[in-house]
Each structure stands twice: as structure tokens, then as C-alpha cells.
Design a protein around this ligand. Structure first.
Ligand SMILES: Nc1nc2c(ncn2[C@@H]2O[C@H](COP(=O)(O)OP(=O)(O)OP(=O)(O)O)[C@@H](O)[C@H]2O)c(=O)[nH]1
Ligand SMILES: [Mg+2]
Length: 714
């Protein structure tokens, strides 16, 4: 494994696509090409879907990684590959995988083309400056099922390629809109059939004198031996991995432009230079992108080495402030792990021995600026309550939930103080079903699970008057206003252009950016905190001793954001301005016990005056079905408070684009199936929060408050 020691010989890639487009089949076949699983079994064995529930359901739930060697003209390259899930409920795993890689092979099924989740995974890749190339899969179906001629096949490819390129223009940052266009002539587009193990690209066809007719002929003979011959002439692994080596950046090239995006530290510092050059002799920097529990090794962290060398026995610190010693260093081969002595920058590896670490954290030998948090596209909006069947099992359940929450950072686990139930929030019904089943089957714990409910958000509709928040001793007064945050600014926070956190330094560049994103200039210069999509601005001047209490003020602000006044759901899109303050002269009388309640009181009043409202999660979804089923599909949507936004007809297929509140989507899979005689399916395109219809608000607030056991004044 010489290539492992030379970053320029490494390529780190993710396989990403819409559900069922063939990612795992393709990954399996790349492995068999590298001699790691038998040729006969690949495509059928599902080596990369090694969890029991994955093979039972036939879908990928966890991303899995594997390292393999690929030779190009006498040089061995190391390919570290991550197979990612396609179902939107497991999209968090895709986002996290993108931190570890520099390139993504985006698959598109030749029949279905670019689907909603294709756009989402592309977005996830480009957000981390991960370069996409395209693989058009299931080409056999164009020949066998649709009986297309070579010309028609080409037409279809052109359509898929242009659609992807349009999306790249739309989503990619700046210069990459053009630089990262995929092109059939240079080989950054390949096509084939993962299932039968062949692939082609235009350069490869020229080199080997193959054309579309060759493929069609092979299929027309209707003899499996002919397809095997085709696979021998144009082996999938050779064609695709050649393209990967040629078009994907190696870690040294990639880190030059990725580090400024994902690492906020000083680029002129020693560490900054090590990271930008992927220096194997530099300061250690390893970012955790996945944590799994292993019976023998304990907690295993998989992640990306961005600089330095990690060795067995090394003493390290995490960005969470924990110390540990590296007990093992691994490379992964799907379910197996192979221990190695050391690994240099540029690799994707596993390490064991550090406890109390979370996904996203940075591991080093000293305190260095940690990497940016990994920003997820969707938030967990569906919740179930769980409790042990036997009350005596409660402590064990607490331990299990800790592990579950760590292995899957897309989950949010909280406890309902009133009822003692645990609330698990996840991305959707399927996500929670998988997680609660794993608690039962894999962790061996009997639990009762409630039906799913959605989470809400609190916000305001207009600007409040200036209100006075008074401390219990009446000596400290805070004058506040609250109003809806500028939409453009809110977007800039959610897409990561503006980072969250408290702002202590004078930072002209940041002020300008905030102004450009929609905050008035005088406010931008006075922002003190950006928290969960809300902004706190200090408009006061020259208040003596305010700097001594400002951290407490911000604590109070964040507390209200986490649990708003209407129903203790978290707040979004608020701009809170501190207009004036009067403080007790003696610091003893302006401690946390005085400041917190004053801020809470002020914000509650201000929000009530600003017309507080509840937001509910809504999904934009695409329902695909035959055209004559339009009426049936529309009535399922209408019965669920949904609105049809668009209908696209293509050949015999109809795609209905609709907006449906998440609270109304439970059980929808079954309804669509029966409304379409099994021929329809739906996919989530995007998700956001929208104001709940007024007429539902009072009732829903009442229900949430009862569920949470809140009294009138809480
Ligand atoms: N006809 C045909 N079927 C294929 C091809 N590649 C994969 N499939 C089939 O498509 C289905 C989905 O394949 P997977 O590899 O599990 O797809 P995936 O993208 O990993 O699915 P998720 O991870 O759940 O999103 C399986 O039934 C495969 O056998 C192909 O080239 N041609
Ligand atoms: Mg899969």
C-alpha cells in the first residue's frame, strides 16, 4: 500500500444518487474489480449493505467505506470510496460523507434521469466543494425495456447531462459553475450497467473501438455470455476508476480550495499552511465523519486526515477538549477493518481509543482551530416518544440512547421532564422506524414507541414596540424589540454563508458580508450573537458595565430561542434588538438570577406584541404516476392539506409537485400506493417551515402544552 503514503496518489470519492439508482451495486462491482469480492457475487451480495436491516429492506441506511487499489498505466492509486444512502431520511450520512471526500460520482438511472434526490446530493457535494462526475446507470433498461435505438439513447444521455450541468451552474460556487461542468467527450461522464458490470465513456470507446451498436447487439443476442463478454471488453471498474483518477482532484489539489471553506483558522499560521498543502509532516488534523460502536474496539471514529500523520499510541486532544490515546488505526473494507501502524494526511481512515467524541470534531496533538461544523440540509422534524417496557430498564435505555445519538448525529434525543419519556427526533417516519427497530433488535431492549408527531417552530409576523424586561429585584431593566429577520439574511445563515455563534471581535469583512446579505449597516456592526437562525443585535451605546453582563444576556436570549413562549418549541427567524439598559451599580445585584428572568420576561412580552405564530414543517414532494391516475393522486394530496404546485407530463408519466405539511404525511406511502394501484411513488424534494394556518394554531398550541405538561405561566 505505497499509495497510502503519497497524497497525490489518493482519490477520496463518494457514490451519491437518488434512491435505488444503483449506488451499492456499483460500489460492490468496483470492489470485485479490485479483487476484493468475487466476481460472481458482486451485484448480488450487497457487500456494502452489511447491516441486517439494509439487506432486509433492500436499501442503504448507513454510509460504508472501503479502500481499494486501482492501477493506471503502471501506477497504483488508492481509491477511498464511500457508498452513501439514497433515501432522504438518511441524507445526514451523505452530508457527513462529503466532508471526508474530494469527489463525488453522481449516479443517474438512465430511465428515471435526474430525480429530486439527485439534486439534493449534488447540493450536498457542492456545499463542501466536492467535485462531481456523472455515471449514467441501468443503460441495459434502455435497450431491453424501452428498446431505444443508438440515436435515441444518445438523445437521452444528452438530456441527463445537460440537466446535471444546469444544476451545477445553479448551485456551484463562483468559478466552479463552469470548471466543474461534466463533459461526455473528456470522460467525466460514463455510462453503463452496474448490475452487469460494464461501463463506457467516449474516450474509452475511441480507444477500444466500441460503439452503441456493440452494446445493443450484445443485449439482442439474449445470451448472458454475451453480456459477460461486454463486461470483459469494458469493465466497469476500469472505465469508472480511470475517470476518477483523471478527473477527481487528489487531496493536495483539493485541500488548496477546500480548506478556506471548511476551516476558519488563520491561513498564515503553521497549521493553516499544513492544511492547505495536506502536509504529512505537519500538525495532526483529523475530522470525524462517522462513529460506530464495535464490540471489541469500542468507539470507532471514521474520518479524514487533513494534515500530519496519525500513529498507534499517539496522545491526542479533541476539539471538544477531551484527551485520549490512539489505540488502533484502520483502513476499512466494508464490514471489515484492517489495522495499520500509521496513516498520513489525505486518507480516509478509522481510529479507535478516543472516548467522548462527536461527529464533526477535530482531533489533533494540541489545541488547534477546529474545522467548521458540518452543516446539514434538513433538520429533524418528526418525533416519537419511547419508554422501556420494563421500568427497571430505564438506566439501560439512557445508555443506549446516548450511543444511538452518537452513531447518528441526525437524531436529536431529549427527555420530557414531565412524563419521563424520551423523545427521539429524526428526519422522517422511516428514519425513526429504523432507529427504534435497531434499539429493539441490535441493542436488545424492549421499548414502547408512540405514533410520530412533528416539531413546530415559533416566530413573529411584525415588529414589536419597545418593551421593558425587569429583573426580579426591579433594579435591572432591559429595553428590547423583536421583529422578523430579513429573509435574505435568514437564508444566508441556513446555507452556511454566515456562520452561527457569538461575535466578540471587530470584523469589518464580516460586517460587510452581513450588510450584503440584508442587515442594515448599523445593525450588522452590532450583531452579538447568531443562534439557530436568530440574531441578537446590541443597539445601545456607552452603557457602563454592560460588557459585564452581556454574556448573561445572550444566555437568556439563547434559552428563549430553544424554548419559545407559545409552546416551548424553538424559535426561528427572529431579530432581537437591545435598545437600552439600566443596571444596578453593584455587580452582586445583576447576576444570572436577575438577568435571565429579565431577558425572558422582556422577550416574551416583545414576541406577544409582535404577533407570535407557530410554524410547521412542510415538504415539497414529487409524486410520480401514470397520467390517468392524476385525479386519485390529487385527492390524496388535497385530503392531507396539500397544495399542488405543478404538474409535469412526460410520455406516459405524470409528476405532480405538491407542498404537504409533514404532520399530514404519515402513512402517505400506503395511500399513494393504493390510489395508484401500486404504480405511484413519491419523493421529498425539499423541506422548510411555514406558518401554520391561523385556524389551527390555538388547538395545536393547546395540544403541545398538554403533552409537555406545561401550566399556564410556564
Ligand atoms: N437493470 C438494472 N438494474 C440495476 C442496475 N444497477 C442496479 N440495479 C438494481 O437496482 C436496484 C437498486 O440497487 P442498489 O444498488 O441497491 O441501489 P442504491 O442506489 O444503492 O439504493 P439506496 O442505497 O437504497 O439508495 C437493485 O434491485 C439492483 O439490482 C443496472 O445496471 N441495471
Ligand atoms: Mg445503496
Amino acid at each position: 500500500m505505497e499509495a497510502m503514503k503519497k497524497p497525490t496518489l489518493i482519490r477520496n470519492i463518494a457514490i451519491a444518487a437518488h434512491i435505488d439508482h444503483g449506488k451499492t451495486t456499483l460500489s460492490d462491482n468496483l470492489l470485485s474489480g479490485a479483487g476484493m469480492i468475487s466476481q460472481e457475487l458482486s451485484g448480488k451480495q450487497r457487500f456494502m449493505d452489511f447491516h441486517d436491516d439494509e439487506s432486509e429492506r433492500g436499501i442503504t441506511i448507513d454510509s460504508a467505506n472501503v479502500s481499494m487499489i486501482h492501477e493506471v498505466q503502471g501506477t497504483d492509486f488508492l481509491i477511498n470510496l464511500i457508498d452513501t444512502p439514497g433515501h432522504v431520511d438518511f441524507g445526514g450520512d451523505v452530508t457527513r460523507a462529503m466532508r471526508a471526500v474530494d469527489g463525488a460520482v453522481v449516479l443517474a438511472c438512465a430511465v428515471e434521469g435526474i430525480m429530486p434526490q439527485t439534486e439534493t446530493v449534488l447540493r450536498q457535494a457542492l456545499k463542501e466543494k466536492v467535485r462531481p462526475i456523472l455515471f449514467i446507470n441501468k443503460v441495459d433498461r434502455l435497450i431491453k425495456e424501452l428498446k431505444l435505438t443508438p440515436e435515441m439513447m444518445q438523445e437521452r444521455f444528452v438530456k441527463i447531462i445537460s440537466k446535471l450541468n444546469e444544476l451545477i451552474v445553479k448551485i456551484a460556487p463562483g468559478e466552479y459553475k463552469q470548471k466543474w461542468q461534466v463533459n461526455v467527450n473528456d470522460g467525466s461522464v460514463c455510462f453503463g450497467a452496474a448490475y452487469t458490470n460494464w461501463a463506457l465513456s467516449v474516450p474509452y470507446m475511441k480507444e477500444k473501438k466500441l460503439n452503441f451498436a456493440t452494446i445493443i447487439e450484445a443485449y439482442e443476442k439474449d445470451d448472458p455470455e454475451e453480456i459477460k463478454k461486454l463486461a470483459a471488453q469494458a469493465p466497469l471498474h476500469e472505465v469508472l476508476l480511470n475517470a476518477v483518477v483523471e478527473h477527481m482532484p487528489n487531496p493536495v489539489e483539493a485541500q488548496k480550495y477546500r480548506i478556506p471553506l471548511i476551516w476558519p483558522g488563520d491561513s498564515d499560521s503553521e497549521e493553516g499552511k499544513d492544511l492547505a498543502t495536506c502536509n504529512p509532516n505537519g500538525t495532526l488534523a483529523f475530522v470525524v465523519t462517522k462513529i460506530t460502536q464495535d464490540k471489541h474496539a469500542g468507539e470507532v471514529c471514521t474520518g479524514r486526515m487533513f494534515s500530519g500523520t496519525v500513529r498507534k499510541g499517539m496522545e491526542v486532544v479533541t476539539s471538544g477538549g477531551k484527551k485520549g490515546r490512539i489505540q488502533q488505526v484502520f483502513i476499512s473494507k466494508g464490514p471489515q477493518r484492517v489495522q495499520i501502524e500509521e496513516a498520513v494526511s489525505g486518507n480516509i481512515i478509522g481510529i479507535a481509543g478516543i472516548k467522548e467524541i462527536n461527529v464533526g470534531e477535530t482531533v489533533s496533538v494540541k489545541n488547534i482551530t477546529p474545522f467548521e461544523d458540518i452543516q446539514h440540509i434538513f433538520e429533524p422534524v418528526v418525533t416519537v416518544a419511547v419508554e422501556p417496557t420494563k421500568p427497571a430498564d430505564l438506566p439501560k435505555l439512557v445508555e443506549i440512547l446516548k450511543v444511538v445519538g452518537k452513531e447518528d448525529p441526525s437524531l436529536k434525543v431529549t427527555i420530557n421532564e414531565e412524563t419521563g419519556e424520551f423523545l427521539i427526533a429524526g428526519m422522517g417516519e422511516l428514519h425513526l422506524e429504523v432507529i427504534t427497530n435497531r434499539i429493539k433488535d441490535e441493542k436488545g431492549m424492549e421499548i414502547k414507541v408512540s405514533p410520530p408527531i412533528v416539531v413546530y417552530r415559533e416566530s413573529v409576523t411584525k415588529k414589536s414596540k419597545e418593551v421593558e424586561g425587569k429583573s426580579p429585584n426591579k433594579h435591572n431593566k432591559f429595553y428590547l424589540t423583536v421583529e422578523p429577520l430579513e429573509e435574505t439574511f435568514s437564508e444566508a445563515i441556513s446555507n452556511g454563508d454566515i456562520h452561527e455563534g457569538r461575535i466578540k471581535k471587530k470584523d469589518r469583512a464580516l460586517w460587510d458580508l452581513m450588510n450584503e446579505k440584508g442587515l442594515p449597516k448599523d445593525e450588522a456592526e452590532r450583531v452579538k450573537d447568531i443562534y439557530q437562525g436568530n440574531v441578537f443585535v446590541d443597539m445601545t451605546r456607552g452603557i457602563v458595565a454592560l460588557n459585564e453582563v452581556i454574556e448573561l444576556v445572550l444566555d437568556g436570549f439563547e434559552e428563549i430561542i430553544r424554548a419559545g413562549p407559545l409552546a416551548r418549541e424553538s424559535c426561528v427567524k427572529l431579530k432581537i434588538k437591545l435598545m437600552d439598559v439600566s443596571l444596578h451599580e453593584d455587580s452582586i445585584h445583576r447576576g444570572p438570577g436577575q438577568v435571565y428572568p429579565a431577558i425572558r420576561d422582556g422577550l416574551k412580552q416583545a414576541m406577544a406584541d409582535a404577533g407570535s405564530v407557530l410554524y410547521e414543517p412542510v415538504q415539497i414532494m414529487q409524486v410520480d404516476c401514470p397520467q390517468d391516475m392524476m385525479g386519485n393522486v390529487n385527492s390524496v394530496i388535497n385530503n392531507r392539506r396539500g397544495q399542488v404546485q405543478d404538474m409535469i407530463m412526460e410520455e406516459d408519466n405524470l409528476s405532480v409537485i405538491a407542498k404537504v405539511p409533514v404532520a399530514e404525511t404519515f402513512g402517505m406511502t400506503g395511500d399513494i400506493r393504493s390510489a395508484t394501484g401500486g404504480k405511484g411513488s413519491f419523493f421529498v424534494k425539499s423541506q422548510s417551515f411555514e406558518q401554520l394556518p391561523r385556524e389551527l394554531q390555538d388547538n395545536i398550541i393547546k395540544n403541545i402544552r398538554t403533552r409537555k405538561g406545561l401550566t399556564e405561566n410556564q
